[in-house]
Design a protein around this ligand. Structure first.
Ligand SMILES: Cc1cc2nc3c(=O)[nH]c(=O)nc-3n(C[C@H](O)[C@H](O)[C@H](O)COP(=O)(O)O)c2cc1C
Length: 173
C-alpha cells in the first residue's frame, strides 16, 4: 500500500462530526482556501461541469454568518423552540473558526444538460450527488490537516439573508 493511500485512509477513518470546536487554528487561512479550491476543481461532477461553488467565511465573516442564522432562526420560530433547538447550537457553532457555504451553479449544470438532453431529469439528483462528494472531499481534507468540522443545514432558512450579505447570485454561480 502506498503512503498516500495510508494518509487518505486515516483521514477517512478520523473524519467525524466534531460539534464542539474552538477558534484556535494554527493553519494559515490560505491553506484552508487552497483545500476548498482544490476540492472544487478536482471533485467529480456530471460531464465534468464543475458545478460546485463554495464561500469560505473565516473569523469575523464566520461570526457574521452565525449572527444571521441566530436572527433568522429567532424571527421564524416560537421562543421556546428557538431557545431549545437553535440558540445553544448556534452559539456553539459561532465559537468555531470558520464556515464554508456550498452551492451548485445552475448555469454550469444547464451547460452539462445541453450536452446530453436525455439525462435532463437526472441532473437535479446528480447535482446533489456532486455537492455531496465535494462536501465530503473538503471535510476529509480538513481532517487530514487536523481540523475538526461538522455539516449543518441552515438552508433554506438563511439563504436570502446570506445571499444579500455576501452578494451570492440566485443561480449559485
Ligand atoms: C446529507 C447529510 C446531512 C446531514 N445534516 C446534518 C445536519 O444538518 N446537522 C448535523 O449536525 N449533522 C448532519 N449530518 C451529519 C451526520 O449526522 C453524521 O455524519 C452521521 O451521524 C455520522 O457521524 P460522523 O459524521 O461523526 O461520522 C449530515 C450528514 C449527511 C450525509
Amino acid at each position: 500500500m502506498s503512503r498516500s493511500t495510508l494518509v487518505i485512509g486515516d483521514a477517512i477513518k478520523n473524519r467525524g462530526s466534531r460539534h464542539l470546536l474552538s477558534n484556535d487554528v494554527e493553519i494559515p487561512d490560505e491553506r484552508i482556501q487552497d483545500i476548498v479550491r482544490d476540492a472544487v476543481l478536482h471533485s467529480p461532477t456530471p460531464f465534468n461541469c464543475q458545478s460546485g461553488r463554495a464561500v469560505v467565511l473565516l473569523k469575523e465573516e464566520h461570526k457574521k454568518f452565525w449572527d444571521i442564522a441566530h436572527d433568522v432562526a429567532k424571527a421564524s420560530h416560537a421562543p421556546p423552540i428557538f431557545e431549545k433547538a437553535f440558540a445553544p447550537r448556534i452559539k456553539m457553532f459561532r465559537a468555531a473558526y470558520g464556515t464554508i457555504l456550498f452551492y451548485e451553479d445552475s448555469n454550469a449544470l444547464k451547460v452539462a444538460e445541453g450536452k446530453m438532453p436525455i439525462v435532463k431529469e437526472k441532473m437535479p439528483q446528480w447535482s446533489e450527488h456532486a455537492t455531496g462528494m465535494l462536501q465530503y472531499a473538503v471535510w476529509t481534507m480538513l481532517t487530514a490537516e487536523g481540523l475538526g468540522a461538522n455539516l449543518q443545514h441552515y438552508n433554506p432558512m438563511v439563504d436570502s439573508a446570506v445571499a444579500k450579505q455576501w452578494d451570492i447570485p440566485e443561480d449559485g454561480a
